[in-house]
Design a protein around this ligand. Sequence first.
Ligand SMILES: Cc1cc2nc3c(=O)[nH]c(=O)nc-3n(C[C@H](O)[C@H](O)[C@H](O)COP(=O)(O)OP(=O)(O)OC[C@H]3O[C@@H](n4cnc5c(N)ncnc54)[C@H](O)[C@@H]3O)c2cc1C
Ligand SMILES: NC(=O)c1ccc[n+]([C@@H]2O[C@H](COP(=O)([O-])OP(=O)(O)OC[C@H]3O[C@@H](n4cnc5c(N)ncnc54)[C@H](OP(=O)(O)O)[C@@H]3O)[C@@H](O)[C@H]2O)c1
Length: 454
Amino acid sequence: MGSRLPCFKRRKQVGGLWAYTKDPSMTTALPSTRALISKYTCGMSDFPMPDHYPPHLTQAQFQEYMESYAKHFDLLKDIVSRNDNDTKWRVEVTVNGVPRVEEFDKLALCHGYQTYPEMPKFECKEKFEDILMHAQQFRPEDVEKYKGKNVVMVGMSSTATDVINNIISHAANMYLSHRRGMYIFPTWRDKTPADLLLSWRRRRTGFLLQRYLPGPGASYLRPASCSVPPGASDTIIPLLQAGRLTSLHGIKRFLGPRSIEFTDGSVLDDIDAVVCATGYTADLTVAPFLSSSRPPNYSGPELLPMAVSNIFRHAHPLPSLTQMESAVDAHHAWLAARYAADTTPGSFDRSMVKSWEFQGFLHEAAGTGMENLGEPRLSWVMNHGVETAHAFRVFETGKRRAWEGAREAILRVNRDVASVDFYALRRLSLTRATNTHSPPTSPTQTQIISAQPS
Ligand SMILES: Cc1cc2nc3c(=O)[nH]c(=O)nc-3n(C[C@H](O)[C@H](O)[C@H](O)COP(=O)(O)OP(=O)(O)OC[C@H]3O[C@@H](n4cnc5c(N)ncnc54)[C@H](O)[C@@H]3O)c2cc1C
Ligand SMILES: NC(=O)c1ccc[n+]([C@@H]2O[C@H](COP(=O)([O-])OP(=O)(O)OC[C@H]3O[C@@H](n4cnc5c(N)ncnc54)[C@H](OP(=O)(O)O)[C@@H]3O)[C@@H](O)[C@H]2O)c1
C-alpha cells in the first residue's frame, strides 16, 4: 500500500489495441470490431459499464470505457518512483522521444501478447506478384484495393471475420483457407449474448470435471472431436452457407504470379490478394529472458493484475522455491504429454496452463473470497447469474480493496439482463454503424526498450 506505480505505454491513447490506430505496424481493433463477450461480463470490478452501451461494445466504446476508467481513477499521470535497494529492475525507456533509465523494485510487463504478426512461411511465395500480407496491416481505409478482386483469407478465427466483414462487399470472390477447421460459435445464442450462458457455477463444474475426469471433462466444455480452440464469429457460417465465401484447404505453395496450390492438390489461377489472419506473437525483445507470454484462459479482466499486485506487495506469499520448481517440472511433464499427443505440426501452444488449477490460485492470491460464496442473499445470483467482475470486490478479505457498490452493481447487472429485450437490441446493433468517438490523447507516450535485472 502507498507505493507509486508509473505506467509506460507506447500508444498515444489509453485502451491498448482497442485504441484504433492507422499505423500498420501495430495490432489494432478495427472501427467495425465488436467485443466478443458482452458488456455484462467484460467490465471492470468497480466501474460499471454505462447503460447506453449495447451488449457487445464497439471498438470506439471499448476505448471510451478504458479512457473514462483511467480518468476516474486518475491514472493518466506519469509518476516515477525510486529507491536504493539493490534488487531493482533497470528499465530503459524513451519518454516523448527522450531516452532515460529508470529503476524499479517490481516490474509487470503488460505490453500485450498480440504484437508481432505470425506470418506462415509459404513455399515459393516470391512467385506471387499481387497482395500478400498479414491482417495486422489491413485498414478499412484501403478497402478500395480489393474492389473486384479475388481474395484468399488464410485462417478462420476472429481477425479473419473482421477483415472479411470489411472486404466481402467489395471483392469479386472471397475464399477462406484453413488447415484443420474450427468450432465456430456465435456471439448470440437465440436471444442472449453467448457469454451469459456461462456462470460461476458452470465454470467451476467444468474445472472439477477437467481435474478429476480429464477426458469427459474436456468434452463437457467443447465437442469431443474438436482439438482446436473454438472461435467466435457471427458471419463466417452464414457467408459459407450463402455461397459468398468458399472454404479451401491450407496453402501448399505458390505456383506463379496469381496461382496457388492448396494441400488437397486443388489450384486457383486468378488470385489477386492473400490476407493472412494467422495470429500474433508477443514482443519479448524487451525482456529477452522470457521465452513465452500469453495470458491463461479466461480469468476475468482484473483477476490476474489483482493477484500480481498482492504478490508484489506481499499480501499473498509465494510458495517456496523448491515447491515452485517442482510445480514447474510437473507442468513441463504435462505439457510434454500434450505435445506428444498433438497431431498438427506448428500449432502446439506451449504457453497453455491448467485453468482448473490456475484459476483457484489466482482467486486465492487476489483475495476475492469467492471460493465459498457464503453470502446468503447474493449466493444464488453469484453462482448462477451473470459472471460480472463486480463479484471480485464483494467480500472483505483484507487482501484487496472491497467496493461497497459491488453488491448493488451485481444485482443491477442481473436485473438489466433479465429485463432487456435482447432481440430488439440485437437487431439494432446489427444495423447501427457506430464510430463517432474521437479519443482524447494522454499526456505522455513512452516505450520500454529493454528491461533486465540490474
Ligand atoms: C482485434 C482484436 C480484438 C479482440 N477482441 C477481444 C474480445 O472481444 N474479447 C476478449 O476477451 N479479448 C479480445 N481480444 C484479445 C485482446 O488481447 C484483449 O482484448 C486485450 O486488448 C488485451 O489487453 P492487453 O492489455 O494484454 O494488451 P494490448 O491491448 O495489446 O495492450 C498493450 C499495450 O502495450 C503497448 N506496448 C507494447 N510494447 C510496448 C513497449 N515496448 N513499451 C511501451 N508500451 C508498449 C501497446 O502499444 C499497447 O498499447 C482481441 C484481440 C484483438 C487483436
Ligand atoms: N472482438 C473481435 O471481434 C476480435 C477480432 C479480432 C481478433 N480477436 C481476438 O484476437 C486474438 C487473435 O485472433 P486472430 O484471429 O488474429 O488469431 P488466432 O485466433 O490465433 O487464429 C489464427 C488462425 O489462423 C490459422 N492458421 C495459423 N497458421 C496457419 C497456416 N499456416 N495456414 C492456415 N491457417 C493458419 C489458425 O488455425 P489452425 O492453427 O487450425 O490452422 C486460426 O484459424 C483472439 O483471441 C481473437 O479472439 C477478436
